[in-house]
Design a protein around this ligand. Sequence first.
Ligand code: ADP
Ligand code: MG
Length: 238
Amino acid sequence: MSGVQLNRVTKDFGPVRVIHGVDLAIEQGEFCVFVGPSGCGKSTLLRMIAGLEETSAGQVRIEGADVTHAEPADRGVAMVFQTYALYPHMTVAQNMGFGLKMNGHPKAQIAAKVAEAARILKLDPLLDRKPANLSGGQRQRVAIGRAIVRGPKVFLFDEPLSNLDAELRVEMRAEIARLHREIKATMIYVTHDQVEAMTMADKIVVLRAGRIEQVGAPMDLYDDPDNRFVAGFIGSPA
Ligand code: ADP
Ligand code: MG
């Protein structure tokens, strides 16, 4: 059973087709990276998996279940947003637990899940701080923590490191890779950064103008690209 399966997924914005019947199977527990130039449809595809954008045609399955028309909260997915989505007036613990609180989870259960996420992300000493008193990397951990507490089947990351400096990006890549090893959930990670794609992915999906150009393990794409576009994209430095 696939972690995420897309069958002929299509997206039209008004008269403009931006995703053209994409077929894709991502294995359960796989770390899959969507890569491609700006405007090729990476975010739109991710948002359709999350349920934040309706599909115009086709089907989205998560661990076998057809979620094409399911609400975002019912899909078993969690999207990691950039750090500016944190609530500035709430503590780290409150930020991480907020989604569960809104869904009516009991306080004790929220506290237990926040504690577990804090352990995984090494945020324990920071639980009472406000976002303004955190470093960029710590804020990014909190943003990831908000996803972890929900216990999703699938984590979706949309260029989560793009507003961090180069040093921090390297640190957070390693952090996300460690998270994946520890919790073994299916993860889809969007980036336009070839280095991130090559170093993090089990599977890379190369997108171009709303279509998949090639899918494969990083070294397969590197050694044996199907065409010049893939060769240029994977082979050139970020
Ligand atoms: P990427 O994330 O790869 O940069 P996007 O998924 O954001 O690309 O966008 C894919 C295409 O869809 C682009 O041409 C973009 O302009 C268009 N697009 C994205 N969102 C909308 C929208 N809400 N309305 C109209 N066009 C959109
Ligand atoms: Mg995008």
